[in-house]
Design a protein around this ligand. Structure first.
Ligand SMILES: [Zn+2]
Length: 424
């Protein structure tokens, strides 16, 4: 989850300073070898790069200043904390190994090699002066400089403990890994949280604000439990929560099609819109179908494959679009049980946790096709459209026709853009 913070205008300057400092630092260990050729991604631009919310995580195509860079080399400081009432019973290295190198590999493959993530652990337990109960850490806990409890107090004590030995200017993001025995089990309540974007009112001795910080508590279960870290760090990159923030009893909006909704259970890849926003797609991998334009055919390469067209964006209004992509089973998408064309609605003016992105279900009330894992929302697992299907958005007039699944796993689709904006 992610807590909202205000963004300060002073941040852009300090971010530039931090970037300059990072650039002059000696490089750490080289990135792991990869079979993915490095290629240049491009930040979103053009008529399909929809503007929207500018002061928080959102589906806006462009992420505001103050957030961490999400492509190229990203340096992550990893700190380990325990408490007088919850002393660590494992080594920092063992806690580190619960997340790395898996989280690094996930970012590298999901980004097609465009995000090179460098975790730098400070391999000792930092003993917090107060019991975990005294900090009053709760789900949705605030970062309040005026409070002696909560995340501000915890972070202030943490910064005091490490400021002499850590140069915060050298890092893009911060991960605080709490000893897993602190607080409730993740199966009971998920406490992990990220404070991203703005200046939160806590400065380090190095002159940079303490921000873009994720706090990871307890342990998730399942075969890719590390992905809570990818989810939390993605908030520092500007992505919103896709689940309803006020209770999960409502039907899933995205389900297992993106880890910003479900980061438990089997692995799942990021949606193509998110990959575009994060700078993980090259310009020619995104097709734009502006309102009033001609119908056209496109060939979509599944997210699991490295090259090819990844998304077609069909704007339906100034702040909304339909996005079309192909998904098939792969190492990051083992739970895909109905490969095909996925269609979803993006709303750049809808806040995080309030449904900014919704998958269109090709088979509503079907109960889905992946039903064997309680951490996968089954209903939407068969949401994909197969060859022969036509989806029409009545409100805008846009339509998507799935023409063919080719032997190479790509899909040929015909896109009719939305009608011209009557006000234009
Ligand atoms: Zn979140």
């Amino acid at each position: 989850m992610r807590q909202r913070q205000k963004i300060s205008a002073a941040l852009a300057a300090s971010a530039a300073t931090a970037a300059a400092a990072a650039a002059t630092m000696a490089m750490g260990s080289p990135p792991p070898t990869t079979d993915i050729p490095p290629a240049v991604g491009a930040p979103p631009s053009g008529p399909c790069a929809l503007p929207g919310i500018r002061d928080d995580v959102s589906e806006s195509a462009t992420t505001p200043a103050g957030y961490a860079r999400s492509y190229g080399t990203v340096k992550a400081l990893i700190l380990f904390v325990d408490f007088p009432d919850a002393r660590a019973t494992l080594s920092p290295r063992a806690r580190f190994a619960e997340f790395f190198p898996a989280a690094t590999d996930f970012f590298r493959t999901s980004s097609y090699g465009r995000l090179s993530y460098h975790p730098k652990p400070l391999l000792r337990w930092i003993h917090m002066p107060q019991p975990v109960s005294a900090y009053g850490i709760t789900r949705g806990g605030a970062f309040d400089p005026d409070s002696d409890t909560g995340y501000y107090a915890l972070s202030r004590d943490l910064v005091r403990a490490v400021d002499a030995s850590v140069d915060f200017r050298g890092y893009d993001i911060i991960n605080v890994l709490a000893t897993p025995n602190a607080g409730p089990a993740a199966t009971r309540t998920v406490l992990s949280v990220t404070f991203s974007g703005g200046d939160m009112g806590l400065r380090t001795a190095d002159g940079v604000p303490f921000r873009n910080a994720s706090f990871i508590w307890s342990r998730q279960v399942g075969d890719s439990a590390f992905r809570v870290l990818n989810h939390e760090n993605a908030h520092s990159f500007g992505l919103p929560d896709l689940y309803y923030a006020n209770g999960r009893d409502t039907p899933a909006l995205v389900g297992h099609w993106d880890p910003m909704d479900e980061d438990w259970g089997p692995s799942n890849d990021f949606l193509g819109w998110h990959k575009w926003k994060l700078g993980w797609l090259a310009a020619d991998q995104v097709r734009c179908a502006p309102r009033g334009g001609p119908a056209a055919e496109h060939t979509l390469s599944p997210a699991a494959a490295v090259g090819g067209t990844k998304i077609v964006v069909i704007p339906t209004a100034a702040r909304t679009a339909l996005v079309v992509e192909a998904r098939s089973r792969g190492p990051r998408d083992p739970a895909v049980c109905r490969p095909g064309v996925l269609i979803y609605r993006v709303a750049t003016d809808v806040p995080s946790g309030h449904g900014p992105l919704r998958v269109v279900d090709a088979n509503p009330r079907s109960r889905g096709c992946f039903t064997t894992n309680k951490y996968v929302d089954a209903e939407l697992t068969d949401a994909t459209f197969r060859p022969g299907a036509i989806y029409t958005d009545r409100a805008s007039g846009a339509s998507v026709t799935v023409l063919e699944e080719r032997a190479d796993g790509t899909y040929r689709v015909r896109i009719s853009p939305a009608a011209r904006d009557p006000r234009a």
